[in-house]
Design a protein around this ligand. Structure first.
Ligand SMILES: NC(=O)c1ccc[n+]([C@@H]2O[C@H](COP(=O)([O-])OP(=O)(O)OC[C@H]3O[C@@H](n4cnc5c(N)ncnc54)[C@H](OP(=O)(O)O)[C@@H]3O)[C@@H](O)[C@H]2O)c1
Length: 286
């Protein structure tokens, strides 16, 4: 018997790497999904099945789950991966854009979960792997709205893990650190969209933009998406999957450091990093 695994957001980055890895995992039938199926057409050649799926569209979500259920009986594994970072300061970011991000990162994940659960409960088994983030455990400035979406994923995952365990459904949260995918470019693009270049946060926005670019270039701080794909496979196939998997050594260190330092000292550490931006803000009159 094979287990049908549905992956959201398989057009690039972590979702694509997961699809490529899981097609080689014995016992799994992989459903790679994306808003634009042409972006995943090549995955069909690797053995994956291809479906259209936009996690902000109810009909699209229903149709994808029904297609898997028609072929395999139930979705055996759901990888809630689709997501992106809407960057900008709390004051400047467009709340319309922030709502869209929550539709994808939080409500899309929640709705996909609701749609697959009846089938999993009927089968008496299932796995749900949510892609959270190191950013669900600590917060960097100018990323507040993205972090808020990933903190929400932490809470949903903790509640869900408890609620569905009696039905044989196991839930894991994967918390990647910096992963070299399209994520950094999308974050930079959304930041450019929200930032007022002559506004009070101009220097901070520029410093964060620079830091994002530098961090994703660093092989010490970042990892390729295949590192996350490996952990997703573990969460789907291990007999006792963990509640949380932090991916990248740098992410493990940062999460521990944040916990040890507390909010005040962590703020002081961030102030040191963005010292120049702070000084400029003090001198700006707006
Ligand atoms: N890269 C990192 O540093 C990092 C760190 C921690 C967590 N994560 C998380 O990892 C997940 C994957 O991101 P990534 O790093 O692989 O970035 P990515 O390369 O930009 O991939 C994001 C994926 O999400 C898809 N997506 C966006 N909106 C969607 C929607 N409405 N419906 C369906 N798919 C949608 C994108 O599809 P389109 O091609 O159609 O836009 C794309 O396939 C996200 O949840 C992200 O928050 C990433």
């Amino acid at each position: 018997m094979t287990t049908a695994v549905l992956i959201t957001g398989a057009s690039s980055g972590i979702g694509r790497a997961a699809a490529r890895r899981l097609v080689g995992t014995p016992g799994l039938t992989v459903y790679a999904t994306a808003r634009r199926t042409e972006a995943i057409a090549d995955l069909a050649g690797t053995g994956a099945r291809i479906l259209a799926l936009d996690v902000t569209d109810e009909e699209s979500m229903r149709a994808a789950v029904e297609a898997v259920e028609a072929e395999c009986g139930a979705v055996g594994g759901l990888v809630n991966n689709a997501g992106y970072g809407e960057y900008g300061t709390i004051e400047e970011a467009s709340l319309a854009q922030v709502r869209r991000q929550f539709e994808t990162n939080v409500f899309g994940l929640a709705r996909m979960t609701q749609l697959v659960l009846p089938g999993m409960r009927a089968a008496g088994r299932g796995r749900i792997v949510n892609i959270g983030s190191m950013g669900g455990r600590l917060v960097f400035p100018v990323g507040g709205y993205y972090h808020a979406s990933k903190y929400a994923v932490e809470a949903l995952t903790d509640a869900l893990r408890f609620e569905v365990a009696p039905f044989g459904v196991k839930v894991s949260l994967v918390e990647p650190g910096l992963i070299r995918t399209g994520f950094g470019d999308t974050a930079a693009r959304t930041l450019t969209g929200s930032a007022d270049p002559s506004g009070p946060y101009a220097a901070l926005n520029a410093a964060v933009d620079q830091q994002i670019a530098d961090s994703y270039r660093s092989p010490l701080l970042s990892a390729p998406p295949e590192a996350v794909a490996k952990v997703i496979e573990r969460a789907l196939t291990s007999s006792r999957p963990r509640a949380r998997y932090v991916v990248t050594p740098a992410a493990k260190i940062l999460i521990h450091t944040r916990r040890l330092l507390g909010a005040r000292v962590f703020d002081a550490y961030l102030r040191m990093q963005f010292r120049g931006a702070d000084r400029t803000a003090q001198h700006a009159v707006h």
